[in-house]
Design a protein around this ligand. Sequence first.
Ligand SMILES: Nc1ncnc2c1ncn2[C@@H]1O[C@H](COP(=O)(O)OP(=O)(O)OP(=O)(O)O)[C@@H](O)[C@H]1O
Length: 462
Amino acid sequence: MGASRGAASAMDANFDASPWPKVCDKFKHEFGQHAYTTWLGQLGYQGVDSGTVELTAPTKFVRDWITRHYAPRLKDFFLAEDPRIKGLSIRLAARQAAANAKPVERAPASPIEVDPSTGADESAALDPKYTFDSFVVGKSNELAYAAAKRIAETDEVTFNPLFLHGGVGLGKTHLMHAIAWEMKRQKPTKRVAYISAEKFMFEFIAALRFKDTHAFKQKFRALDLLMVDDVQFIANKESTQEEFFHTFNALVDNRCQVVITADRSPTDLEGIQERIISRLGWGLVADIHPTDYELRLGILQSKAEQAESVIVPAEVLEFLARRITSNVRELEGALNRVMAYATLVGRPITMDMTRDVLQDLIRANDRKLTIDEIQRAVADYFNLRLAEMLSERRARNIARPRQVAMYLSKQLTSRSLPEIGRRFGGRDHTTVMHAVRKIEDLRRDDSQLDDDISRLTRLLEG
Ligand SMILES: Nc1ncnc2c1ncn2[C@@H]1O[C@H](COP(=O)(O)OP(=O)(O)OP(=O)(O)O)[C@@H](O)[C@H]1O
């Protein structure tokens, strides 16, 4: 067999009639066109040297995947073409090997390429309000926050990708923008891109239409940090997923950081190819949990402090933190609505005004709490049996908790007075009204009772 390594032309003459097209056909036949395009189609056939088939892969990931999943079958296919084949060698294509050898030297980038698709003034895509400073940290988001900060502050790639997931409006986009702002401040030469998965798809479709996929690929693959928001959007979008996958691999192989967000964990993503899901879970997966009362209050306090023109009383902030539990976006929206209203009518913010302005929101957030839950919580709190509390007995130690439970049912649910009366052993609505007024009055003078009610409210609303 031919001796010298190196150029394909110097390789074994017996292999001049390349087995490659036939091997590719066999691969397609056995694994399908899709697997071919994703994997084998990425390889370059260089020839055969001393019985070893020489192939090149565009990225380390493609190389490792093929080695792990397809190498034995590939060897069989080659052997069927020529029994003298001894083995396969897949190395990185020259450009990629050089990239892996040392960090890529790039011309200093414009400060930030926040959204590669917008071209010019990309900073416009970033919300200046979304910084690390304005992000309030609590138990539910501390891991996500710490991971995001680390990416912005260090040059090492310790986990790749960072996958942030959590329900709507819990701060995923905020953290991504914060990373971008911090990078812009600390490392202005880095190329950073933030893009929604939706925009990634539209860009890709446009590139296909205008036959400009090369430029598209270049744009995304020359980055130091790529952040893709709401990746669940590309579910069932096969060719976008294909392109996303290759972009992702090229960046990770180049030791460039990737940050992804989604509304659920990688394993819960539906309509996303298995190989992408598996890849997304390789780095750090950080879950942003729903907020608790303290975090909600902290966020409201911080937002209220930023508002210069209006003063928001502490009791209003506490009320909102207790009552608007769905997500931070809604919480912020509620505060903004009250502040805007107060500014418009030129009156200071009060509890009554807040309740009035936010009626619909409060009702929507109320849905979860039932009168039954309130009754049980109150009975427990005052060490009573539920049956006792709902009974006809008028002893103070029973009647007062009953009134408290009625009061809380009125405050924390959207049930009407007659409805509440019915649920309290068929009492009349005037009894409920009396209870509500009584407790309102007592709260003003009896600090112990006021405390009990605050504690109960927090218990009930989490
Ligand atoms: N911990 C926090 N501190 C301060 N503001 C927060 C926090 N969490 C969320 N917010 C605010 O809540 C709003 C919604 O957050 P964001 O848009 O980042 O949510 P998201 O998780 O990306 O939601 P979606 O899944 O809908 O895109 C933003 O205005 C953001 O500033």
